[in-house]
Design a protein around this ligand. Sequence first.
Ligand code: AHR
Length: 526
Amino acid sequence: MKRHRWVLVLAAAAVVAGGPPPLAAQPAASGPARIKIDPDRVIGEVHPHVFGNFAEHLGRCIYGGIFEEGSPLADADGFRRDVMEAARGLGVTLLRWPGGNFASGYNWKDGIGPRDQRPVRRDHAWDAIESNRFGTDEFLRYAERLGVEPYLCINAGLGSVEDARNWVEYTNEAGNTYWAQQRRKNGRDRPWGVKVWGLGNEIDGPWQLGHKNAEDYAKFALEAAKAMRRADGSIKLIASGSSNFGPGADWVGWNRTVLDRLRSEIDYISLHTYIGNREGNLEKFLAVARDLDDRIEVVKGQIQAVRVGNPKARPIHIAFDEWNVWYRTIAPGMTESEIAATGLEEKYDFADALAMGMFLNSFIRHADVVKMANLAQLVNVIAPIFTNKDGLYLQTIYFPIAEYAKQRGHQSLDVLVESPQYKPDEGRPLGYLDVSATYDPKARQVFLNVLNRSEKTDITARIENAAGAPSGPVNVWELNHADLKATHTFGKDSVVRPATRSTSVKASGNGFEYTFPKHSLTILKW
Ligand code: AHR
């Protein structure tokens, strides 16, 4: 059956879904830019889980990516050592597993016990064969070895409440119960202590196995949450929020129902976003920030709406648990099987690397509500790390993510930005400069993250800090390349690399001037 699949492609939806032609981008307006920060104006802590990631049983993400039994590059557990090292360099803090769409047809009990006795199954989410050689214990051992928080997503599609509850018992029970005994038999005495659990994946999407309407999903998720919490009262739960932004999809209504029914059980609601640059129009591509900000703010308002007036209301945050650029290996009307046949092996270019800054700026600007964000995915499948059997290379998108991740734990600041504007489409104009800032109060260090979306114009900004101008040199990290389409491959992954330098600035009053080159991502630190 041909299933139409409407992954969110935000503003670029017009491109993917064949919407009206855009207005031509206008040249940069003249006039100075101004960026003003104030370390007292804190939005919230940038939670370390904003640098989360995702590994799904799909294409070569697990098999041939993080896990390759018998490979000389793998350790005794079958984990690829080179991939693990690259994941460390990326600053990954949390890993979501086993899907994705795969989760909605997955029986976790198939993936435990002696590997050679595990059943081989058909995976109907991606029309693939699943060997089940990588299962719960392998994943949790991997996460432990990598030093990241594991996040398990239950099967809320074809699965049952009981399966979900038993999974929590298998991983977290310290007593002598049946499932704890099974875990011990499989080599793990101590509970794994999995804290983060997703109540299903993209259940609002018709492409999902076991797709439900909002009411039916909320009923299932409420019972699953209740039963899972009885197995372990300390777990954190993520409701499956909107991911279907296709024509006619009521994403706001989905979230409203889910939040209303699950408000006293969940800790997060998820959002998913994939964007595309099919037209090869950089300024339009990077204008998606507008929609990203808008959607986060809509969901933030929806969360507030179910909490207002109740001082005991449970705090709920957004888990942006799938995000990335994805358009080369997907097109409207493709079936899951056709998509899977591509392996989702996107080859990222320099323009995509700039989009990483746009996503991360938006998450940081919303640090009060976005407390988790998972790049989809870690390796080979729409991923910053790309392997073959002899090694790997780092894609262009790897470098901005790794650098932003170093700012983890810092406070996000509310920044005033005045920038020359442009009109990428029929929507409201937006500034060429896309900005976020974080502050480390202990080190008294400011990080200013600036994306210049203009393809043609360098922009000079006066940067003011209410706490005073920098007293010493400013450290510059800059990602730029003359060719927006520059890509990496095996043996050639130094094409798009950041340049770093320390520069002295001429301070006047409480600020200084800095010129952000066209199509660049810059992080200033002082
Ligand atoms: O990340 C690839 C797929 O995109 C995931 O399986 C699904 O959740 C989303 O539609």
